[in-house]
Write a protein that binds this ligand. Sequence first.
Ligand code: MN
Ligand code: MN
Length: 456
Amino acid sequence: MKKLWYYKNNKEIFDFCEDYKKFISDNKTERECVMSIRELAKKDGYKDLKDIIKSASKLKAGDKVYATNLDKCIFLFKIGRNPISDGMRILGAHIDSPRLDLKPNPLYENGASNIALLDTHYYGGIKKYQWTALPLAIHGIVCKKDGSTIKINIGENDQDPVFCITDLLPHLDRDTSKGPESKIVGENLNVIIGGIPLDGDVKEPVKASIIKIMKNYNIEEEDFISAEIEIVPAGKARDMGLDRSFILGYGQDDRICAYTSLKALLDSDETDNTIVGMFVDKEEVGSQGASGMQSLFFEDMVAEIANLLGESSPLAVRRALRNSYMLSSDVTAGYDPNYESAFDKNNDAYLGKGISFNKYTGSRGKSGANDASPEYIAKLRNLLDKGDINYQLTEMGKIDQGGGGTIAYITANYGMNVIDCGCPLLNMHAPWEVSSKADVYEAYRCYKAFLTLKSE
Ligand code: MN
Ligand code: MN
């Protein structure tokens, strides 16, 4: 197998990555991802499963349907020629990313400084200091008592204001610079929102002026309690490096796998087995909740589809799940030349060397791991080698250095074959993560080939 960069037409890789950069720049929350995925799927002829159930029509090979839950996760199904009980080919990625959420009562004014701030609660595993001293944007929705919803997206256009969490200047950090990072930043992930006081004799005049500005958006202070507002890095994903080999962008964990899986699904021809794209929420906090992978929503949707295909017995649904093959598409840690001691150079993933497979994740003695079977890996090797697809079999850093998990162990509960695979990243979980364009393209090619995987 030749190295990716040398046998591929770079233009093909670079063009593909232009659309990817746009996707992650335009979609920085799970809701925004669901909306975009749904739009792209609809354009490709996918129909809402709800409507098909309501109209009592049937499904057949070649039909395409989507199912969304709470606007925070979405599943795409393209019906294959074989009965669904023969199993599906599933690409599963998560669309939530580490970020800062606003607290229910976030807005306050610091009296001494006359600065108004928004208090946040972080989501997912972050290194808190990385979120200070950089431009931030506000994305989300506010749900009003009258049932209406207001969408918010401030900080992405050049004319928009941006926001910031401050860090202490080096001149004054003698007390704090030697402490653990959590102590330095601690609870102080507060976003500056304004500094002009309202005129007249007003208590908390800056806060009052911010509340007045919010009224222009039809938002009252008490509306924060029924809002879902996320603070994310402001700005677009960019090419990185003089040779433009890398992409620096927010939320690549795991929208890099979500986007490439989606593209593979949309570009695929009709297949023998039903093919599925899973785009789920809450992976970064353990996959709980109705929109997370642990929810029964996926299973329910498979049952609905089996029913519409005339395979309505509970056993057919169990067989459909058990006979499936899945790629749990998630990023892994790329070998970082600045932190070599955290890695095992013979067993870690390298950027630019193709898509990375992790037989197991977990931590310490493989605790929490889904351990993919060697039989399944052999089957994949055969498929990937035939397709001349570059891949690596890797672990995530040194054994006792840390660890991590994905959604693989959850779908493995059905008895299906599932393995983790995705692009290696540098700076994973930082506001700006680094990927290799070559890997983005190779992930797409891998996912596309996988959808044609035969049972025997
Ligand atoms: Mn992930
Ligand atoms: Mn993650």
